[in-house]
Design a protein around this ligand. Structure first.
Ligand SMILES: CC(C)(COP(=O)(O)OP(=O)(O)OC[C@H]1O[C@@H](n2cnc3c(N)ncnc32)[C@H](O)[C@@H]1OP(=O)(O)O)[C@@H](O)C(=O)NCCC(=O)NCCS
Length: 202
């Protein structure tokens, strides 16, 4: 398998290099600045234990639309099903799943050009480049393989780490919805963020 080091993967070349790696089998290896190795692959049904572990962590369900005490049975079933348009990427360190990113191409007739994604990393691996590795792989798939025009998401307005990650990959805040979700006993606002593929921007 091909391996990348951070010095070989400046942001401006990331998409091109990821595309070359994707050609080698939709799996690639990413090394961040502390040189830990992150491998990206598609999820498999046996990953359900890792999904459950990550989503059961308060630092994860707090900043997503999940609720505490996720059901193991539910995630066992979910990982066996792949809805139309859904691509589920997982990030592995030493072959263990430490994060995931789900991107879903919109199925409405006039929204086939767009996809929405959700991401979460095991808190034990925050700040180690896992989120960046998942974002690099997802954007490569969207831009260079699915020919998508727009990628979008919602993020809680106080989720500084996620907003910084998305900005790093070219996403911009497009608007804000007030009292969008309920969290820790109160309503919280979200930003809507989007990215138009750079080569098709007006
Ligand atoms: C948001 C999340 C996916 C980031 O993953 P990560 O693996 O820690 O991200 P990375 O290590 O790749 O960091 C990427 C960038 O995010 C920014 N960042 C990371 N942690 C940050 C923090 N605590 N505060 C501000 N910026 C931060 C940095 O700009 C960093 O870029 P750099 O590496 O060039 O400095 C992770 O924190 C997470 O899973 N949080 C819980 C679930 C969640 O919030 N999901 C998103 C819901 S919209």
């Amino acid at each position: 398998m091909q391996r990348l080091a951070a010095r070989d993967l400046p942001l401006q070349n990331a998409f091109l290099k990821a595309a070359k790696l994707a050609l080698a089998g939709w799996s690639f290896v990413y090394k961040d600045m502390d040189m830990s190795t992150v491998e990206i692959r598609h999820s498999e049904p046996e990953d359900y234990l890792a999904y459950h572990r990550i989503l059961a962590h308060p630092l994860v369900y707090r900043d997503t639309l999940q609720i505490p005490f996720p059901s193991l049975d539910l995630w066992s079933k979910k990982t066996k099903e792949l809805p139309v348009g859904m691509h589920r990427l997982v990030a592995c360190v030493d072959e263990g799943v430490v994060g995931f990113l789900h991107v879903e191409v919109k199925q409405a007739a006039r929204r086939h050009h767009a996809a929405e994604f959700a991401i979460a990393v095991d808190p034990a691996h925050f700040g180690q480049g896992v989120g960046s590795a998942l974002m690099t792989a997802m954007i490569d798939v969207c831009d260079n393989w699915l020919n998508l025009h727009r990628i979008e998401l919602t993020v809680f307005v106080d989720n500084a780490a996620a907003i910084a990650l998305y900005r790093k990959f070219g996403f911009e805040i497009e608007g804000t919805s007030r009292d969008f979700a309920f969290r820790e006993g109160r309503y919280v606002d979200v930003h809507h963020m989007g990215r138009i593929r750079p080569d098709v921007q007006k």
